[in-house]
Write a protein that binds this ligand. Structure first.
Ligand code: NAD
Length: 311
C-alpha cells in the first residue's frame, strides 16, 4: 500500500514533487478546514504542516495510521507533542533551513534602526526630504551582543564580523571554542553583554527560563545608545518594560520581528513609538528558506519512513 501524505499548509512545490518522486501519494490541501481535516486524517500516514494547521489532540487521535507529523520550519507550538508521543508518532521539523534567512533579517533590522531607513522612507513617501533628521550610526567597529549563540546567533556573528563588528556572546550552554574563535567572539555574562553592547540581538529559543528573560533590570543596564533587535520570540521580552525603556531613553531603539501577541493589537504602543522598526514575523519569509525548509523536512521524512520500514 502506498504511503499517503497530507499537506495542509502552503509549502514550496519542490517538496510536493520530491514526495511524489519518492512514490508517495500526496494530497496538497493548503486551505483545508478543521472539520474536513478531522474527517479525512484517518487515511494518512504522514501529515505535513507549517503554522496555520493546529495539530491538536483530536486530530492526532483520529489519525489512526499517522506515523509522522512534519512541521516545515521551526516551532512546534501548533502540535500537541504530548498526544503525538502517547501515540508513538514521530514529530520532525527543519529549523536549520531558516538560519541564514533569519540572521540576514536581523542584520537588515540592525541597519534599518541604525540608519533610520524606515523613518527616512516614510518621510520621503509623504513628500518630506528629512535629510538632517536622518543621521545614523555605522555598524563598523561597534560591539554586537548576541543572546543565544545557536544556529541563527552564530550565523549573524559571521555576517556581523564581515561588517567589522566586535562580537560578545551569551548562551546557557557553553558554545564550542571553535565557534567563538571563528568570529572572534568573547563569551560574557548576560549583564556584561547588556552593559557593553552597542547592538543587542536576541536569538534564544522560547522556554520557561527565557520567557520574560529581558525585563527592566537588564534594560536599565544597557547603553543609552543601544539598539536591540528581536527576531526570536516576542515573549522573551517583558513587553511593558521594553516600552518603558524605549520611552524613557534607557535604550535608543528597537527593531522587532516578533511580538508577544501576533499580530499585535493595531493600537499597541510598541507599534507607534518613533524609535521602533517593526516587521511582521518575516524572519523565514524568503524563497530560499521556504524551499529549504520543505525539502530538508521531506528528506528527513523519507529517511524516517525507511527506518520504520514504511517505504
Ligand atoms: P537554536 O536552538 O540553534 O539556538 C537557540 C540558542 O538559545 C541555543 O544555543 C540555546 O542554548 C540558547 N538558549 C536556550 N535557553 C537559553 C537561556 N535560558 N539562556 C541563554 N541561552 C539560551 O535555535 P535557532 O535556530 O538559532 O533559533 C533561535 C530562535 O529564533 C528560536 O526562538 C526560533 O523560534 C526563532 N526563529 C524566528 C524566526 C523568525 O521568523 N523571526 C525564524 C526562525 C527562528
Amino acid at each position: 500500500m502506498a504511503v499517503k501524505v497530507l499537506i495542509t499548509d502552503e509549502v514550496d512545490e519542490s517538496g510536493v514533487e520530491m514526495l511524489r518522486a519518492a512514490g508517495f501519494e500526496v494530497d496538497y490541501r493548503p486551505q483545508i478546514g478543521r472539520d474536513e481535516l478531522l474527517r479525512v486524517i484517518g487515511q494518512y500516514h504522514v501529515l505535513i504542516v507549517r503554522s496555520r494547521t493546529k495539530v491538536t489532540r483530536d486530530v492526532i487521535e483520529r489519525g489512526e495510521r499517522l506515523a509522522i507529523i512534519g512541521r516545515s520550519g521551526v516551532g512546534l507550538d501548533n502540535i500537541d507533542l504530548e498526544a503525538a508521543r502517547a501515540r508513538g508518532i514521530e514529530v520532525l521539523n527543519s529549523p536549520e533551513a531558516l538560519t541564514n534567512s533569519t540572521a540576514e533579517l536581523a542584520l537588515g533590522l540592525m541597519l534599518a534602526a541604525a540608519r533610520r531607513i524606515a523613518y527616512a522612507h516614510q518621510q520621503l513617501s509623504s513628500g518630506r526630504w528629512a535629510k538632517e533628521e536622518s543621521m545614523g550610526y555605522e555598524l563598523y567597529g561597534k560591539t554586537l551582543g548576541i543572546v543565544g549563540f545557536g544556529r541563527i546567533g552564530r550565523r549573524l556573528a559571521e555576517i556581523a564580523r564581515c561588517m567589522g563588528m566586535n562580537i560578545l556572546a551569551y548562551d546557557i550552554v557553553r558554545p564550542a571554542d571553535e565557534d567563538l574563535g571563528r568570529v572572534g567572539a568573547r563569551l560574557v555574562s548576560l549583564e556584561e553583554l547588556f552593559e557593553s553592547s552597542d547592538f543587542i540581538s536576541i536569538h534564544v529559543t522560547l522556554t520557561p527560563q527565557t520567557r520574560g528573560m529581558i525585563g527592566e533590570q537588564l534594560l536599565r543596564r544597557a547603553k543609552r545608545s543601544a539598539i536591540i533587535v528581536n527576531t526570536s520570540r516576542g515573549e522573551v521580552f517583558d513587553t511593558a518594560a521594553l516600552i518603558k525603556a524605549l520611552k524613557s531613553g534607557w535604550i535608543a531603539g528597537a527593531a522587532l520581528d516578533v511580538y508577544d501577541k501576533e499580530p499585535p493589537d493595531p493600537s499597541s504602543e510598541l507599534l507607534a513609538l518613533p524609535n521602533v522598526v517593526h516587521t511582521p514575523h518575516i524572519g523565514a519569509q524568503t524563497y530560499e528558506a521556504q524551499r529549504k525548509s520543505i525539502t530538508m523536512l521531506v528528506e528527513k521524512i523519507i529517511n524516517a519512513l525507511r527506518s520504520k520500514g514504511l517505504s
